[in-house]
Write a protein that binds this ligand. Structure first.
Ligand SMILES: Cc1ncc(COP(=O)(O)O)c(C=O)c1O
Length: 374
């Protein structure tokens, strides 16, 4: 079955009780027990399991081609949970330009707990190899990276991980399974912030972990999920599932728009650099064409004139909202260094663009007027 069909049919289309054509939202936190102590529908208490959460988990596992998924209350909760399957003293290799919230989880929460983390340039396989220690248990990939859009060769990193008895995790938030399938490249687990493209409308916070195989890792993740309860509400699960119905077509338009904008900005005199893996001039172009179906809706640009000029461009766009986050229907522009804090590796003249579903001509006109103003 093709991806578009799966995205629509990987979840029950209707509600069997009412024959409504959309699934019902099950808000009950607790479920009735029989005299013999059993739970006839299989649900006990919604921290442990909920019908809407199960529908979302089934859909995500099917879309990524994994055996199972577990949904969380945010992408960061999913990341934190995955790292908690490790033990103090274990070592993790992560990209130096990993999403800054993920870096904070590593540095501020997991390092004091005892996790050892090396941050490396993941585009340099030699550097990744040199960072391996006897206790390296996990390789974290994020490709394209946030916000520099560096491309990691997920296949090569997976091979390195496996030859060292470690796991390879891929944060597939920016690509979604519509554009990149990390399991087919060797990853063992996939992380998502469903807050972004999967829900697609900037109105839900959520996350997920999908595992390639039913194994001990899934057992540990499930245990953490149901014991801690950092789970999404039934309504949030329902909203993400609704977003998934249009995921494929949205990703096509986000990509087509971003490609046009990247091309336009590449020759703009006010632009110092455009970071978009769909440009042949991008360092990771070759790997990107091999491991991605298309190049996605995110890009970043470096503005001539430094931080102040970049900040003023972000303030002068009208269709692009100056806001954080990404993957919504409307376009966002953001000065990243100022949100990432003093330890950031992001250049201070960099703006990140989440290209929405508006007409690309209007978006280009908006960027053009903002760039051309003194
Ligand atoms: C690549 C990536 N992973 C994870 C996250 C964290 O997701 P959330 O904000 O849902 O916790 C983000 C958020 O921007 C992200 O861009």
């Amino acid at each position: 079955m093709k991806f578009q069909t799966k995205a629509i049919h990987s979840t029950p289309l209707g509600d069997p009780t009412t024959k409504g054509v959309k699934p019902a939202i099950h808000m009950s936190t607790t479920f009735e027990r029989e005299a013999d102590g059993s739970y006839p529908a299989g649900y006990i208490y919604s921290r442990l399991g909920n019908p809407n959460r199960e529908m979302l988990e089934t859909s995500l596992a099917e879309l990524e081609g994994g055996d199972a998924a577990r949904a969380f209350s945010s992408g960061s909760a999913a990341t934190f949970t995955l790292l908690n399957t490790l033990k103090p003293g274990d070592h993790v290799i992560a990209p130096i330009d990993v999403y800054h919230g993920t870096a904070s989880i590593f540095k501020e929460i997991m390092a004091p707990w005892g996790l050892l983390c090396s941050f490396v340039d993941m585009t340099n396989i030699g550097e990744v190899q040199n960072s391996i220690r006897p206790n390296t248990k996990l390789f974290w990939t994020e490709s394209p990276s946030n916000p520099l859009l560096k491309i990691t060769d997920i296949r090569k990193v997976s091979e390195l991980a496996h030859s060292n008895n470690a796991l390879c995790v891929s944060d597939n938030t920016w690509m979604t399974p519509a554009l990149q399938q990390p399991f087919s490249l060797g990853a063992d687990a996939i992380i998502h912030s469903t807050t972004k493209y999967l829900s697609g409308h900037s109105d839900v916070l959520g996350g997920a972990i999908i595992v390639k195989e039913h194994n001990n890792l899934l057992g540990r993740i499930s245990n953490l999920q149901s014991t801690i309860g950092s789970v999404p509400s039934p309504f949030d699960c329902w909203l993400v599932l609704r977003g998934i119905q249009t995921l494929f077509i949205r990703m096509q338009t986000h990509t087509a728009n971003a490609e046009k904008i990247a091309t336009y900005l590449s020759s703009h005199p006010q632009i110092e650099a455009v970071h978009y893996p769909g440009l042949e001039t991008h360092d990771g172009y070759q790997i990107a064409t091999e491991q991605m179906d298309s190049f996605g809706g995110m890009l970043s640009i470096q503005i001539r004139g430094g931080k102040n000029k970049a900040m003023s461009v972000a303030a002068k766009t009208t269709l692009f909202t100056a806001a954080t986050s990404l993957g919504g229907t409307s376009s966002y522009i953001e000065h990243r260094a100022s949100i990432e804090g003093p330890e950031t590796h992001t250049p201070d003249n960099l703006l990140r663009l989440s290209v929405g579903l508006e007409h690309p001509d209007d978006l280009i006109e908006d960027l053009s007027q903002a760039l051309d103003q003194p």
